[in-house]
Ligand binder design. Structure first.
Ligand code: ASP
Ligand code: MG
Length: 407
C-alpha cells in the first residue's frame, strides 16, 4: 500500500464527463489498496474567466479581492469531484486551502506556502476517506484567502505530498509527460522517461510550462518523487527524480525557449565602481525583475557596456529607468530590442562533457542566427536571439544534440 497524491489539471476536470474520468482513476488507485489524496485545479478556462471579470469590474482590482474570486474556481472543481466520487460509492470530502490548512505569506496572487497541516487529511485517510483538496489556494496569518500564482495547484500537490511524506506525487495533465522540447514547434520532440530535479527546475525556469517552478523546488527540497502523465491515457509519463547514471549519458536533456524577453543596453558608461549598483538599485526600486545581465568593459577606453533582459510587461518601465540612470551617469546611449527570445539547452551531462557550448553556438551559426547574449550555469546554456528565429533555433538545437534519439 502506498500513499499517493494525485493532482489533476484544468483540462482533466474541464467538464463533468472528464471529472467522471478522473473519479474512475482515483477509484482505481483506491481500490488497488492505496491511500489517495487528490488535488484539483479549476475547470479549464475558469481562472482566466474569473480574472477577466475582476479586471472588467476595475482596471486595478485589489489583489486581496482577486484572490477571493480566483479561489472559487478550485472550490467548485473540488466539490464536484467529491460529489462524483461519492456517487460511485466512495467516501470523499472536499477541502479548501484554509481547511487543510495551507498557511502562506500575504503576497496576494503569488503567495508562498509557509506550512501545511495534515492532521485532518491523515484522519480521513485512516478512515478510508478520499480527501479532495482545492489546489492553488491557502490562507495567510490573518485568515485571508491567498493564491499561489498561475499553475499553483502543482505546488499545492507537491507541498501536501512532502508534508504527508507520500510515496509518490502524480501530476495529471493533458500531455504525456515532459518532452525534450515543445512538441508544438518541433515535431521530433520526444517524451522523456526520466529527468532529474535539477534539470526539471532549470527547464521550468527557462520556459517549459508543464510544472510550476515552485512545485519543482519543493519536490527537490523534500525529495518527493513526481510522475508527470496524462489523465487521458494509461501510458507511463515522465518520472522526475534523483539524478542517476542513465541521465549522465545524455549530454543535453532538453531545449527550452522563453519569448517573454526584451533587451536593454546602456552603451559606453564610464567604467568605475558603483555604476552597476546604481542601475540595478534603480531597477529594483521600480520592482523590475531582471533576468540576464552582461557587462563588458575595455580597460583602455575606460567605458563599459551594460546589457540586461526583462520581461515584455516590464519593458517600458525598465527603459525609462535605464534612460534616467544613463543620463545621470553620463552614458553615451541606450539601445533596446523589444522582440528577443531566450533559447536554452539543459542537461546534467554538461557537467562531465566538454564542447557543449561550441556545439550549441555552431548549430545556431549554421542557421544564420546571431547570438546577442550568452549565459551559462553548471547544467544550462542560454542564448538571447531575435524572437523571429525562436522556432528555427529550437529545431536546430534539438537536431544538434540528437534529442530525438533515446539518451
Ligand atoms: N487554476 C489555476 C491556474 O489556472 C491554478 C492551476 O491550475 O494550477 O493557474
Ligand atoms: Mg498547470
Amino acid at each position: 500500500m502506498a500513499l499517493i497524491v494525485q493532482k489533476y489539471g484544468g483540462t482533466s476536470v474541464a467538464n463533468l464527463e472528464r471529472i467522471r474520468n478522473v473519479a474512475r482513476r482515483v477509484a482505481e488507485a483506491f481500490e488497488a489498496g492505496h491511500q489517495v489524496v487528490v488535488v484539483v485545479s479549476a475547470m479549464a478556462g475558469e481562472t482566466d474567466r474569473l480574472l477577466q471579470l475582476a479586471y472588467e469590474a476595475s482596471s486595478q482590482p485589489p489583489e486581496r479581492e482577486i484572490d477571493v474570486i480566483l479561489a472559487t474556481g478550485e472550490q467548485v472543481s473540488s466539490a464536484l469531484l467529491s460529489i462524483v466520487l461519492s456517487s460511485l460509492g466512495l467516501k470523499a470530502r472536499s477541502y479548501l486551502g484554509h481547511q487543510v490548512k495551507i498557511l502562506t505569506d500575504s503576497a496576494h496572487t503569488k503567495a508562498r506556502i509557509k506550512s501545511v497541516e495534515v492532521e485532518r487529511i491523515r484522519a480521513d485517510l485512516n478512515e478510508g476517506i478520499i480527501p479532495v483538496v482545492a489546489g492553488f489556494q491557502g490562507e495567510d496569518e490573518q485568515g485571508d484567502i491567498t493564491t499561489l500564482g498561475r499553475g499553483g495547484s502543482d505546488t499545492t500537490a507537491v507541498a501536501l505530498a512532502a508534508a504527508l511524506k507520500a510515496d509518490l506525487c502524480e501530476i495529471y495533465t493533458d500531455v504525456e509527460g515532459v518532452y525534450t522540447t515543445d512538441p508544438n514547434i518541433c515535431e521530433k520532440a520526444r517524451k522523456l522517461d526520466r529527468i532529474s530535479y535539477e534539470e526539471m527546475l532549470e527547464m521550468s525556469s527557462l520556459g517549459a510550462k508543464v510544472l510550476q517552478i515552485r512545485s519543482v523546488e519543493f519536490a527537490m527540497k523534500y525529495r518527493v518523487p513526481l510522475h508527470v502523465r496524462s489523465s487521458f491515457s494509461e501510458e507511463e509519463g515522465t518520472r522526475v527524480c534523483e539524478e542517476d547514471e542513465r541521465m549522465e549519458r545524455a549530454v543535453v536533456s532538453g531545449v527550452t525557449y522563453d519569448r517573454n524577453q526584451t533587451r536593454i543596453e546602456i552603451a559606453r558608461v564610464p567604467d568605475r565602481p558603483g555604476v552597476a549598483a546604481r542601475l540595478f538599485d534603480a531597477l529594483t526600486e521600480a520592482n523590475i525583475v531582471v533576468d540576464m545581465i552582461i557587462q563588458t568593459s575595455s580597460q583602455e577606453a575606460g567605458y563599459a557596456n551594460m546589457a540586461f533582459t526583462v520581461s515584455r510587461g516590464d519593458f517600458s518601465k525598465a527603459l525609462e529607468v535605464a534612460r534616467r540612470v544613463a543620463e545621470e551617469l553620463g552614458a553615451e546611449e541606450v539601445l533596446s530590442e523589444e522582440e528577443v527570445a531566450k533559447v536554452s539547452i539543459v542537461g546534467v551531462g554538461m557537467k562531465s562533457h566538454t564542447g557543449v557550448a561550441s556545439r550549441m553556438f555552431s548549430a545556431l551559426a549554421k542557421e544564420g542566427i546571431n547570438i546577442k547574449m550568452i549565459s551559462t550555469s553548471e547544467i544550462k546554456i542560454s542564448c538571447i536571439i531575435d524572437d523571429k528565429y525562436t522556432e528555427l533555433a529550437v529545431r536546430a538545437l534539438h537536431d544538434a544534440f540528437s534529442l530525438e534519439k533515446e539518451g
